[in-house]
Design a protein around this ligand. Structure first.
Ligand SMILES: [Mg+2]
Length: 170
């Protein structure tokens, strides 16, 4: 997969320092379980989780930007050591711009992974836009890279593994 990838994309991936992720449909399969009290239950993937920990340990900045707001996400982020967690975000573009302004990270060093139309609005704000294989059609058509795995089923891990393997290559 790495071999067949366009040289320009490979070059961009090597530059990445910031990995942004949508939550529902990326870190999860997109299903939301609600209990009788309206509390959300979400299912996360341990391989994706380890991938995120590996990215953080490698010195990358990891951020979650979600349209929904749930305690399950805060808990999972805390488990994995993700310090930047923005939830209940309607305008992801503005939030991402503010986030990047507060760091020394340049646009050319950023990537975002999302699965639906609100995420696609971030495409122009980042160097690389990535999506899982079960993202909506319009997102898949416009993504710079589509993982083989689905959201919540290893897509995050596949993307992180690719980033780390390319960055570690001389
Ligand atoms: Mg989503």
């Amino acid at each position: 997969m790495v071999e067949k990838m366009k040289k320009s994309l490979r070059k961009k991936i090597k530059m990445v320092k910031f990995l942004g992720f949508d939550v529902d449909g990326v870190l999860t399969d997109g299903n939301i379980y609600l209990d009788a009290d309206g509390k959300e239950i979400k299912q996360f993937n341990t391989k994706d989780g380890l991938g995120i920990e590996m990215a953080i340990n490698a010195g990358l900045t990891v951020a979650l930007i979600s349209g929904r707001d749930s305690k399950a996400v805060s808990n999972r982020a805390q488990d994995l050591g993700i310090k930047i967690v923005k939830q209940g975000i309607k305008d992801k573009k503005t939030v991402l711009a503010a986030l990047l302004r507060s760091t020394s990270i340049e646009k050319g060093e950023t990537a975002f992974m999302g699965d639906d139309l609100p995420d696609l609005k971030l495409k122009e704000s980042v160097a690389i836009f990535v999506c899982p294989s079960d993202a909506v059609a319009e997102v898949k058509e416009n993504a710079d890279f589509v993982t083989k795995a689905k959201g919540g089923k290893g897509a995050v891990r596949e993307w992180v593994d690719l980033v780390l393997s390319l960055k570690n290559r001389v």
